[in-house]
Design a protein around this ligand. Structure first.
Ligand code: NIG
Ligand code: FE
Length: 420
């Protein structure tokens, strides 16, 4: 018999159950809350039901878990799936934030050589070990705020060796942390200064040198591109994705963040798993994504941090798209690894319901990483990735914002973090 644990007396257990699939449109509002619940698990969830039933089986001896945990009326949620981060980087850009607070724009700072290129210079001077060491506390902080799956991108090296180093740092984090970390190659994040006037040559290097090297070392599962005005055109993005596909890397994209460049339709055409940001997405782009089943990953922390208009979450959900939420945690445009805060912002700023925001941060985040059959909801047979929060319901957790409500984090059935 497997060694199981029982957690009983759960005031509010959110399953986000979906039969292992993404939730789109109206289904996002259904999060499967159980009150006075209990959950039996080993590395996977084995049973969910009423505490009264678990207690009866404990007494009769039918249930013999190796540990019984009394949740004391607290809340259990599926671990958050943060499907878009850039937490491996080097250097510090707090002074750029200070300038932006005085009214200088993100674009102006980027034009002066700040922004992505500033981080690029620091990354090029760092080793993989140094970047992993700097990212480790950030990754653990994400976990302590409730994330049990993290995607991490490269994209601050912008040359072969530095991109590989960033991805090697991601691999070191994979070996260090007891959660699933999904690596993405983002060599097409910007054009480095040495190829600013010869963009075609940089594209060639991305397609013919970087992608094959990343694939040969098995360093990434996905390939991402920043498709926007001043960055990569849709044609250039398609070239990158074709090279990625030829080397077994699947596509995801930063699309239509600053300007609608038809990135959403391109994402649908090229089979992207997810298109992210989408502040400026057009109706036609949204329709194309819905038809192709591309997840719309919204990053309200970025709109907040850059004081930009938010993505049209309501329109996308009402149009029946699959909407996910992620942090975009990075040193320039959104420096937060706290998914609880992102969920609150989705409710206050994008008018998502509390239930839609939770679905977006759990099961749909998992779908954005093609892992909806494995994590993102608490269902029999799926991984026991969950958090125990010190509030009596998920509503309290979202309502009382800017603080960390998570008491314990469990991944694959193991207690991996205890706060306080
Ligand atoms: O996802 N949008 C593109 N890139 C990052 C920002 C990078 C930076 O400023 O360092 C993002 O928001
Ligand atoms: Fe990003």
């Amino acid at each position: 018999m497997r060694a199981t644990r029982l957690i009983r007396n759960i005031g509010s257990l959110v399953t986000a159950a979906s039969g292992g699939k993404a939730k789109s449109g109206r289904d996002m509002g259904d999060i499967g809350e159980h009150n006075n619940a209990a959950m039996l698990f080993d590395e996977n969830v084995r049973w969910i039901g009423p505490t009264a039933e678990a207690d009866r089986q404990l007494q009769s001896g039918e249930l013999q878990p190796i540990e019984v945990i009394d949740a004391g009326g607290r809340t259990v949620l599926p671990g958050f799936v943060d499907s878009h981060t850039h937490i491996v980087f080097a250097g510090d850009r707090s002074d750029e934030f200070a300038r932006r607070a005085r009214g200088v724009s993100y674009t102006e700072i980027a034009k002066e050589g700040g922004g992505i290129l500033r981080t690029m210079r620091a990354v090029r001077q760092s080793s993989a070990e140094q970047m992993a060491a700097a990212a480790l506390p950030l990754a653990w902080s994400a976990v302590r705020h409730g994330s049990t799956t993290l995607e991490i991108k490269s994209g601050y090296g912008l040359d072969l060796q530095s991109e590989l180093n960033q991805l090697r740092a991601v691999r070191m984090l994979q070996n260090e942390l007891p959660i699933e970390i999904v690596p993405t190659f983002l060599g097409a994040h910007d054009f480095p200064p040495e190829y600013r006037e010869n963009r075609d040559e940089y594209l060639r290097i991305v397609c013919e040198e970087m992608i094959p090297a990343v694939a040969a070392e098995g360093l990434a599962e996905y390939c991402d591109v920043f498709t926007d005005e001043g960055y990569y055109t849709t044609e250039q993005s398609e070239r990158v994705f074709a090279a990625a596909a030829a080397h077994g890397l699947k596509a995801r994209v930063h699309a239509d963040e600053f300007v609608d460049v038809d990135g959403a339709a391109m994402a649908a055409r090229t089979g992207c798993v997810s298109a992210d940001h989408l502040l400026q997405i057009s109706d036609a782009g949204a329709a194309a994504m819905r038809e192709a089943g591309v997840v719309a990953t919204l990053l309200p922390g970025t709109a907040y941090f850059l004081a930009l208009p938010y993505a049209p979450a309501r329109r996308l959900i009402d149009d029946n798209l699959i909407v996910a939420l992620a942090t975009d945690c990075n040193p320039g445009s959104c420096f937060s690894e706290n998914m609880q805060l992102i969920i609150n912002m989705a409710c206050t700023q994008m008018k998502m319901s509390l239930e839609e925001a939770l679905s977006a941060a759990t099961i749909n985040g998992a779908a954005a990483l093609e892992r909806a059959g494995k994590t993102g909801s608490l269902e029999v047979g799926k991984r026991a990735d969950f958090t125990l929060g010190g509030v009596s319901s998920y509503k309290q957790m979202i309502y009382h914002f800017g603080v960390n409500h998570i008491d314990e984090v469990w991944a694959g059935g193991r207690r991996i973090a205890v706060n306080n």
